[in-house]
Design a protein around this ligand. Structure first.
Ligand SMILES: Cc1cc2nc3c(=O)[nH]c(=O)nc-3n(C[C@H](O)[C@H](O)[C@H](O)COP(=O)(O)OP(=O)(O)OC[C@H]3O[C@@H](n4cnc5c(N)ncnc54)[C@H](O)[C@@H]3O)c2cc1C
Length: 443
């Protein structure tokens, strides 16, 4: 039986120069964390390929240490860190391969959404991810993946054709509809914790340019309800996110907007440009704008950058079936009354809803709207102070107990909040089959 010291020695031999342990300058590596020191792994190892992953996992299991997996490091619930355990940083598994003829793409387990999207765009092709380029393809996909192509082509998991997975006992499995189908079901929305995904294979779509609209309005509750209603019924090609927030002091916004409560509608139309101009124009004409930017841009422009190290945020995640004036007033009131929250509303529907709720582990197919309330929290004390208001507002804006697994923060009952009982039961059976020793226990 290897102990922790034996494990460190074995890892140093296995991956020389790619193993780090706590000490001066130690960086556990997650982007979204209140205080990296609070969750301190025993060791971070950067495997080069699936074969090395397969060697590390049995060593960690033998030493009795839990394993957390990191791709882009953006987990709001800090699941890519594990206290006293092994962090597998997959940044070295960064290969992207596009087969333009077959319309398929392959991404290594550590690839970011921005990198894959940039390479695919060279062929005029895209797989839909989220709104931020630095988010890991793997972490996003394992939770479901919602973004600006979801109403048209489905969630990211709906374009997942297969994956390579290293299991806790070091086996390398090909996983798809025909091989390990239960694991394939669970990978598509189950939130991870079942094995290490070393490669993901996706369907690609022809998406060259898009009509992008960024519209800022006064924070008016009637307008907010009307916007959400309109965008929820829009053509599948028109995807949107509506934020109620205080405009940040960023260079691309004029100084007169800085610090001012606003409604910001982000629109992406991926169909033909004339329809895009017309549909974005209809939204723009719903009220006088404070600022409007409408342009035909390459698809790569939808993925904003992100890169705050040690960025702390408290999230509340939900789903809503209606978003009328009362809810809109709650959202607007929270932001205009000085509470430091951002309300993010994402109309679902379209292709998301055309997949059966039990076809993948993302069960919330028929919900109309995804809601996310967030508050910046530079440290744990601020986070604890902010949490009750975030939770109150999140509950007021949503129906039922559930929220999207990738937007939930670390909570003791996060699994019950993410999944209906039947999905959770099926996930537990897959977990028992593929990780019976609970090696991946950062969740
Ligand atoms: C700024 C920001 C914007 C976001 N926007 C969106 C959005 O538009 N749409 C959306 O759907 N989500 C969005 N998210 C949520 C995001 O999908 C999740 O935070 C996701 O978990 C991040 O993946 P990651 O690889 O970057 O994170 P990590 O912290 O590296 O990984 C998160 C967890 O995923 C699992 N995991 C990651 N990689 C692997 C792997 N290769 N094998 C096995 N398990 C793995 C592990 O359990 C890990 O702990 C956003 C998050 C942030 C911070």
């Amino acid at each position: 039986m290897t102990d922790a010291n034996g494990l460190l020695a074995a890892l140093a031999t296995l991956a020389p120069g790619r193993v780090t342990t706590p000490g001066p300058g130690f960086d556990p590596g997650a982007l979204v964390a209140f205080d990296p020191g609070e969750v301190a792994p025993a060791v971070v190892v950067r495997p080069r390929d699936a074969a090395e992953v397969a060697q590390v996992l049995p060593l960690a299991a033998e030493a009795g240490l839990p394993v957390a997996v990191r791709a882009g490091g953006h987990s709001y619930s800090r699941r890519s860190l594990v206290h006293g355990g092994v962090v597998l940083d997959l940044g070295g598994l960064d290969t992207v391969h596009i087969d333009a003829d077959a319309r398929t793409g392959r991404a290594g387990g550590g690839v970011t959404a921005g990198r894959y999207t940039t390479v695919a765009a060279e062929h005029g092709l895209a797989t839909g991810f989220g709104d931020t380029g630095s988010v890991g393809v793997a972490g996003l996909t394992l939770g479901g993946g919602i973004g600006f192509l979801s109403r048209r082509y489905g969630l990211t998991v709906d374009d997942l054709l297969g994956a390579d997975v290293v299991t806790a006992d070091g086996r390398l499995l090909v996983v798809d509809d025909e091989h390990e189908p239960d694991l394939f079901w669970a990978l598509r929305g189950g939130g991870g914790g079942l094995g290490v995904v070393t490669e993901l294979r996706f369907r690609l779509h022809e998406v060259a340019s898009i009509t992008q609209g960024m519209l800022f309005f006064e924070p008016d509750a009637g307008l907010l309800a009307a916007l959400v209603g309109h965008l929820s019924e829009a053509a599948d090609e028109l995807a949107s996110m509506v934020n109620v927030m205080v405009a940040p002091p960023v260079p691309f916004l004029p100084p007169e907007l800085h610090g001012r409560p606003v409604i910001m509608a982000l629109l992406v139309h991926s169909g033909n440009p004339a329809d895009g101009e017309r549909l974005v124009g209809e939204v723009r004409d719903m009220a006088p704008t404070l600022l409007e930017r409408v342009a035909q841009v390459p698809y790569t422009a939808v993925l904003g950058p992100f890169g705050f190290k040690g960025f702390g945020v408290v999230t509340g995640a939900g789903f809503a079936d209606e978003f009328g004036p009362d809810r809109a007033a709650r959202a607007v009131d929270a932001v205009t009354s000085g509470r430091q929250v951002v309300v993010n509303l994402r109309p679902m529907g379209g292709a998301i809803a055309r997949v059966a709720p039990d076809a993948t582990a993302f069960a919330h197919r028929d919900r109309r709207l995804m809601t996310v309330v967030s508050a910046l929290a530079p440290d744990q004390a601020t986070a604890e102070l902010a949490a009750p208001a975030v939770d109150d507002l999140s509950a007021a804006l949503s129906d039922g107990p559930y929220g999207y697994v990738n937007f939930l923060r670390a909570l003791p009952d996060a699994a019950e909040r993410a999944y209906p009982a039947a999905t959770l039961q099926r996930l537990a059976a897959v977990k028992a089959a593929y990780d019976p020793g609970n090696l991946f226990r950062s969740r």
